[in-house]
Design a protein around this ligand. Sequence first.
Ligand code: GLU
Length: 227
Amino acid sequence: MCGIVGYIGPRDATPIILNGLHRLEYRGYDSAGIAVVQDGKIEVRRAAGKLSNLSDLVAKQPISGAPGVGHTRWATHGAPSARNAHPHTGSTERVVVVHNGIVENFLELKEELTAAGVVFKSDTDTEVIVHLVERNMATGLDLTEAARRAFRLIQGAHGIVLISSAEPDKLVCARIGNAGGVVIGLGEGENFIASDIPAILEHTRRVIFLESRQMAVVTRAGVHVET
Ligand code: GLU
């Protein structure tokens, strides 16, 4: 269970997220990653080891845009490597997830998805979440409803943030049980998500803590929370 930072607003999410993750470093982690929507596409950068490895990678292969989401991982399923670092994209590369916690029924879900033709790109439990969301979106559901239905299927405790390049006007997040918490920071024309307050304190002191089994749709203009 490690760090999550998300951003939506007019600024480039990249430095806000890298900075926010840096403020959560005290929690310990083994790898890190970031995804932003850049020119309508999801761009992902991931690196094993220290956050400075990720910053170096982003310096060499720059990304910019918003919304964006970042993660520092404490591996539970799959080795601590760049390939297993979050964020994880699905098959369409149009949805991306970061996740704290453990999908306890991931094997069963992975078998079901694999039987339906899904090819997994990591060894994590987390990756099933993004494929479930994509499968729901393929039936015509929007990101929010697709996510809501996916959240119902996964067992265990979770903090989750999702972005889709098909709906770049929002981030969808959820807290289920206690996997480190989900905090939404309220700005002016911009909003933040984090697994813990220090990540966003420099931007705002107005925060909403999600309760277990709540999800939120976060846009530039506001936050809609539901249980
Ligand atoms: N279970 C997930 C993984 O191993 C999330 C780990 C975490 O909470 O950082 O990738």
